[in-house]
Design a protein around this ligand. Structure first.
Ligand code: NDP
Length: 471
């Protein structure tokens, strides 16, 4: 049957439209030289950065400049530093293998029971966001349960069973770093091969043709093994984030062992980061709708990053405090606590407002009023048109990423808890500022391609990104 000319044109327009929006939905299809240079830089230097930080604590009391000075003045050679670094040990390999296996078991084989008795908690089988190919994945949300079981066992061991010392993580910190790297590289390489040869959903794969870019940013969108083992959900949350609080507890235990007390700064870091981690697991279902899960592909950036970068660099404050047991004045400690809690409040409320708004499709109240929003539309890979809304009320009317602002305030609080003697604990705020500013730009580039002129209307209504009136 012949199509009428007008119909044909409409069809063609729709295809062009589809191509355009699909092109920028998720990570890029084409690699510009700047992205490639950044990726090569990160692939080469990110593992060295992690090593440098951890080594400078172990060998230079957390001074970032002393190792460089030693090398520049010829006082030491690279080989001296390397030869003083603990190697991979059998003990660390066993600890790490047991740890990862235990987290796989908790993730795969124990369906969530927390949602059955915790009011307000969303767990069990939940749906993720629609992918560019129009797929809606199901996830078993049981991270809170995994976190609780792991920590109950940790405390049971520390107080009753004494199978191992609570300082076990600190005591094996560098050998465990090698294990984390092995897993990080193995999983990223496996994800790349899987993307080529047996992808979970071929329509959601992206190939740029550039090996390094594909390795780093991932090919598959949601690689899975079987029905339920989702790489992104597992590696993003566990083993790294469940470990975060255990690592901090191990550092606190080390302080107790070395100095006979745990300082108020270490307690602050444990409490503030503990709130952040618990918040992550309490809101794991919401997390399915964040950029990591609904836009990023799974490659080295997430695979290695979750195994190595996150557990080693997000815990630098606790590690620093083992070497420098800072006892803060009451005023300083209260200031840090207030900043940390205020940052957390802004972070959580902003995320909550968007979540509520999206879940109810705008039929809710934000700060006691019906929310205002901008209607927008986008097209998926098969040409289906979807409608969405961008809220301009509440914190989302103050700035386009006020959740990041809250996150940055909390991050600064962790650093300030460590006093002002060294640079190393401040790495986190520097890194988070770069990460979240880059994320703002990345997300806005994507949203702009996804929503087109509707995005322009939104940025006109909410002109600032992080700080109203400034940026
Ligand atoms: P957001 O939760 O801000 O999600 C951005 C997405 O939300 C956009 O792509 C768009 O998606 C949608 N959106 C944007 N503006 C609006 C609006 N006005 N109304 C409704 N929807 C909107 O970003 P992230 O996923 O990056 O971050 C989630 C949280 O995780 C943040 O609080 C961040 O601070 C934290 N985080 C922490 C990290 C860490 O390492 N500690 C790393 C990364 C994030 P759509 O296409 O659906 O419209």
């Amino acid at each position: 049957k012949e199509k009428k000319p007008a119909e044909g044109r409409k069809h063609q327009n729709m295809q062009n439209d589809t191509k355009a929006s699909q092109g920028q939905w998720g990570r890029a299809w084409e690699v510009d030289w700047f992205s490639l240079a950044s990726i090569l830089f990160l692939l080469m230097f990110a593992p060295l950065i992690v090593y440098y930080f951890i080594m400078s604590c172990a060998q230079y009391q957390c001074s970032l400049t002393d190792p460089l000075l030693d090398l520049l003045t010829g006082n030491k050679h690279l080989s001296d530093i390397w030869n003083s670094t603990p190697t991979l040990t059998y003990r660390a390999a066993v600890i790490y293998s047991l740890w990862v296996t235990f987290q796989v078991v908790l993730y795969l084989f124990i369906p969530d029971f927390c949602h059955k008795f915790l009011p307000g908690y969303v767990g069990g089988v939940q749906e993720g966001a629609v992918t560019p190919a129009g797929v809606v994945n199901k996830y078993e949300i049981n991270g809170l349960q995994a976190w609780i079981i792991t920590h109950v066992l940790w405390f049971a061991n520390a107080s009753c069973f004494h199978f191992f010392s609570p300082t076990i993580i600190f005591d094996n910190w560098i050998p465990l770093l090698w294990c984390a790297n092995i897993l990080g590289y193995a999983v990223s390489t496996f994800a790349m091969i899987k993307g080529y040869f047996f992808p979970t959903n071929a329509k959601d794969c992206k190939f740029t043709g550039n090996f390094f870019y594909d390795y780093m940013m991932g090919i598959e969108f949601n690689p899975r093994i079987g029905k339920w083992f989702d790489f992104k959900l597992f590696f993003n949350g566990r083993p790294g984030i469940v470990a975060w609080t255990l690592i901090n507890l191990s550092f606190a235990a080390k302080q107790q062992e070395l100095y006979g007390q745990v300082t108020n700064s270490m307690i602050l870091v444990n409490v503030l980061q503990g709130i952040y981690v618990l918040d992550f697991f309490w809101n794991e279902a919401w997390y399915l709708k964040t950029i990591d899960i609904c836009h990023d592909h799974f490659g080295w950036y997430l695979g290695w990053g979750d195994c190595v970068w996150l557990p080693y660099l997000y815990t630098l404050q606790g590690l620093y405090l083992v070497y420098h047991p800072v006892q803060l004045s009451t005023a300083h400690a209260i200031g840090v606590l207030i900043l940390g809690l205020l940052g957390y409040y802004i972070f959580r409320m902003t995320n909550h407002q968007k979540d509520l708004f999206r879940r109810t499709s705008g039929n809710c109240r934000i700060w006691g009023k019906k929310p205002q929003y901008i209607e927008c539309s986008y097209t998926s890979v098969d040409g289906t048109k979807f409608y969405s809304k961008l809220m301009t009320s509440g914190f989302w009317g103050w700035a386009r990423h006020f959740n990041y602002t809250g996150d940055l305030m909390g991050s600064l609080a962790y650093c300030l808890a460590c006093g002002f003697e060294h640079l190393l604990p401040y790495f986190y705020i520097v890194y988070m500022t770069i990460l979240l500013t880059h994320r703002c730009l990345r997300d806005e580039h994507r949203c702009s391609s996804k929503y087109g002129k509707d995005w322009k209307r939104y940025t006109a209504a909410v002109p600032y990104r992080l700080l109203p009136g400034i940026f």
